[in-house]
Design a protein around this ligand. Sequence first.
Ligand code: NDP
Ligand code: 2IT
Length: 451
Amino acid sequence: MSFASFYDYLKHRNSGETEFLQAVKEVYETVHKVIMKNPIYEKHKIFERMVEPERVVSFRVTWLDDAGNVQVNRGYRVQMNSAIGPYKGGLRFHPTVNSSILKFLAFEQIFKNALTSIPLGGGKGGSDFDPKGKSDAEVMRFCQNFMMELSKHIGHRVDVPAGDIGVGGREIGYLFGAYRKMENQFSGVLTGKGTNWGGSLIRPEATGYGLIYFAENMLAEKGDSFSAKKCLVSGSGNVAQFAMEKILEYNGIPVTASDSSGFIYDEGGINSEKLEHIKYLKNVRRGRISEYVDKYPSATFYPRDKSLDHNPMWDIKADLAFPCATQNEINEKDARNMVNNGIELVAEGANMPCDNDAIEIFNEAGVNYAPGKASNAGGVATSGLEMVQNFTGSHWTSQEVDNRLRTIMKSIHDNCLTYAKEYKMEGNYQAGANIAGFVKVADAMVAQGII
Ligand code: NDP
Ligand code: 2IT
């Protein structure tokens, strides 16, 4: 099928699902020539099958708020592809969650998980529930009611959810407690668990650390390093915090952090002490990044201005950029600003933070660009290591897990370059990641027949 007719077919079947269509288009543009070269993929309709979830469940979640009012939310699990392993992927609790967002995330997860070299299929789930401003008791009641339905569809050999935006250690605890009680079973059904009840050391750090290990490999490839490099980081949650921690360890200088209300710019650099304060603000107080300037008045807070067609944070002159908040946070205009300011490298901590126009601009300008499917895969890879520890009843040291994470990130990096070279797109991590992930899953689907 030609690209144009495939895209028409896709739009017709998934009308209005803009994020899902965007994610599929991005992959299809790079794997199209692989499909053309291998008629077996076309014959088996591999790509048409990959864009059709194996199963989607959508369910009502009813819970009582602290005032005794009944609240109704919608829960989902998208089980996208299990050709190479059980469904695996996070749960997102955010008011913007809908079927398009979760299908895009589950679709990307197929290729990301294939890159980790651990046998994991692709899935994603979540709810339009907003944990912001809710008490611990409200979050607990929501999680218990969410799990009442989700538990029917998951299992440690079937589908293993984890965290994502709005789902961290607290939520995983409540979800795991509810599952254990309902199923009368202590199993590795979720990852990101506490370390004294089946969790892996380094899982909380893994996405951010893995991102910086990946970027370090990209820089090393060009004979460069993090030393004294000014870094733009967006977000201030799990991924952003541990990315900044590792940047500091490598002597880079993070100068920004953000949340949905705006960003802070600290020209002098966010050092370890300041980063500890961000962790306290976001994890303990569950406050806003704007409060950073109360303690460090030499920094500036810029409130989010929705009337602008770009984000001024990406217009700050810097060497490296790590978008770690959410999808579509870098558009064409932002990318142009970054290129004009001489940005050297952009590595995605978030999923799909750069839109397709922005990626094109980076590629044309020769910016060293890493797609999230490769550069943020350290989180799910370490979830895979947590599953291995749960299956074998072992508990590895931080050093052991961290060493494995480093090795995995290096091998994903090298694998991207190998595949990019094979398909004559040397140095293109985007093409390399998509093709490497695609080929692995496609071959498994062919081998397993028409199902
Ligand atoms: P967190 O909930 O810990 O943090 C999310 C951060 O992004 C917060 O600072 C949040 O601000 C900000 N944010 C969320 N939505 C928006 C928005 N619409 N506009 C601006 N800022 C926003 O989530 P994570 O750090 O875990 O996830 C960040 C990204 O990384 C996501 O894209 C996620 O899919 C991806 N990812 C996460 C992995 C993990 O292991 N956790 C693994 C791989 C990828 P606020 O506090 O205002 O909501
Ligand atoms: O986007 C992601 O890879 C995650 N949110 C982590 C998924 C996982 O299963 O650890």
